[in-house]
Design a protein around this ligand. Structure first.
Ligand code: GRF
Length: 204
């Protein structure tokens, strides 16, 4: 953190709209952080093209080109170290990371998920929320633990589920909140406003 800014590595697999929200917040000096590198495990991720066009450092680590998960993760680690990463931000990164990897970045890796965790972990969240007739949903930014979509919660933002919602409409309403929540979570971390006590986030 030589510049005083938290150096972020943002890991994506697709469109990267949360990555864009983070990059824009960093650009505006709004969240006490700077983008060190954007990493995608998919060469065709839309977000990588956007990041390159912004002049951000980008790296592709295509999981399909590695014989073993350990080799894939070892390459990721090399890149994270090369770019002197302080905080890893998973932003629609669709690979499950090993327990070793996650523990290595314990309390230095965060994720965003489009539900009010611990409800609706995993995939097809909006379909399940609608099928269950929930009247509210939202998004969660949390520290990453080895078990998928678990870990101390930093921020949640809520939205109503409306009578004529379909998964796409609900996803978009939540995504707007994700783009606020993720930079806010980074800001809280960069400003040292968070500590973890008994696996719960406390605000200092
Ligand atoms: C977001 O809904 C995020 O919560 C989930 O995957 C989606 C990624 O969207 N983990 P984007 O690639 O950031 O646009």
């Amino acid at each position: 953190m030589a510049s005083g800014l938290l150096r972020l590595a943002v890991l994506i697999s697709g469109r990267g709209s949360n990555m864009q929200a983070l990059a824009q917040a960093c650009h505006g000096r709004d969240c006490g952080a700077e983008i060190a590198v954007i990493i995608s495990n998919r060469p065709d991720a839309g977000g990588i093209e956007w990041a390159g066009a912004q002049g951000l450092a980008t790296e592709i680590v295509d999981h399909k080109t590695f014989a073993a998960k350990a080799d894939f993760e070892s390459r990721l680690l090399d890149i994270l170290h090369h770019y002197r990463t302080d905080l890893v931000c998973l932003a629609g990164f669709m690979r499950l990371l090993s327990e070793d990897f996650v523990e290595n970045w314990r309390n230095r890796m965060i994720n965003i998920h489009p539900s009010l965790l611990p409800e609706y972990k995993g995939l097809n969240v909006h379909e399940r929320v609608l099928a269950d007739g929930c009247c509210e949903s939202g998004c969660t930014v949390h520290f990453v633990r080895p078990e998928m979509d678990t870990g101390p919660i930093i921020i949640q933002r809520r939205v109503p589920v409306l009578p004529d919602d379909d998964p796409g409409r609900l996803a978009n309403r939540i995504l707007e909140q994700e783009h606020i929540a993720y930079p806010e979570a980074v800001r809280l971390i960069s400003q040292g406003k968070i500590k973890i006590v008994d696996e719960q986030v406390e605000f200092i």
